[in-house]
Design a protein around this ligand. Sequence first.
Ligand SMILES: [Ca+2]
Ligand SMILES: [Ca+2]
Ligand SMILES: [Ca+2]
Length: 240
Amino acid sequence: MSPTMPNTRHTLCLAGCVALLLVALLALAPAALADAELTAHMPVTNTLDVPLDSTVVLTYSAEMSATTVTSTTVAVHSMMQGLVTETHSTTGEVVTVTPSRAFHPGEIVYTTATTHTADITGTHPVSPTVWQFTALAVGGTGRYGAAAHDSFGAGTSRSMALGDLDGDGDLDAVITNSDAAQEVWLNDGSGDYGSAAHDIFGAGNGNSVALGDVDGDGDLDVVDRQREPGARGVAERRLR
Ligand SMILES: [Ca+2]
Ligand SMILES: [Ca+2]
Ligand SMILES: [Ca+2]
């Protein structure tokens, strides 16, 4: 046997061990994130007690390009007010959105982070992210007294929705009637809606209604469904 054989076997064994160690380390290493991915956000999804003046903070995996972060690419919509995105501040990987108005107590808020943002190299996120949270509601006794404070017309109402339709900070009402036109009632700021509807639309047969910023221009739009007795319903979209 050659005197060099043991050294050769030792060298081969060492190389094999090193290779195995590298494979093991690679298996344990976390998967590398692609650039510009959203890795965390505050408030986190489904938080129920978010302060009314809270900001929304998004953390990405790379330094973001401030010019790509706008109210179109990172938008905050509240269910009762529509688009509330005001200013974006971008510092490195962190984007902070400061809403233009305080959230209403108990309302649901949605943040949409699209794939049209980019990091400083121009790389976009692979997927959009949408999440929701709920604004904090405090106080109150849960008791409502014996008499209604206001009544809304004489129609046979089928459904209603609340939202700030005129953008003055208080909650207005949309009511659908089965035997009269649909009605918008504006809040005077103290919870009173007056004695007359502010706006009417449609021709009755209202069945259900929902509010949302359908066209993305910042204000709340109305989607209502009307239904003739014994007939199929017709959905209408009314944009502002
Ligand atoms: Ca209002
Ligand atoms: Ca008002
Ligand atoms: Ca709108």
